[in-house]
Design a protein around this ligand. Sequence first.
Ligand code: HEC
Length: 157
Amino acid sequence: MTAARLSVSALCAAGLLAALAVPALADEKPTKAQWTIKYRQATFTLLAWNIGPISSMVKGEIPVDQARLALHAKRLAELSPMILEGFPADAKTGAPNKAKPEIWDNFADFRAKATALDEATAKLAKVAPGGDMKAIAAGLGEVGNACKSCHQKYRAD
Ligand code: HEC
């Protein structure tokens, strides 16, 4: 009986703590800039996640899985056009990030670099299902160059 009463009060205490935690979480609602910066970093994380297995297959580090390769390539082509949405002028600062302020001084050039990745990923997605590893390697090279060309100019080290 005592044990039961104890566990009930333990449950109540846990419930009380949970209730107290709710307003604390609500206070942590991100600002618009924090949310946008998180969005763009997540987009890049997803790009890197999906490029990984394609690169490993091209290098022969893992066996070629045609369906998986085509899926990751298709995702890259879908993710690339999501990049620019993460760079409105009101999200230059507001959370730790590596976007250089030059982006917003040269936005037409930044947009061109994002478009170059759109085109390279679309090309890779087109050749990926065919299984021609030479064409896939060339397509992957173009994608990698498009990532690099933007990072060199617009991402802080
Ligand atoms: C148009 C420019 C541009 C292109 C193209 C681009 N990046 Fe980036 N990337 C950036 C910028 C700017 C940042 C820094 C963003 C920040 O910290 O808010 C970044 C950050 C990243 C990050 C770190 C994300 C994080 O969590 O902080 C990764 C990983 C990344 N990019 C991978 C890639 C890959 C892979 C590609 C190509 C498939 C690519 N990027 C193409 C501009 C670009």
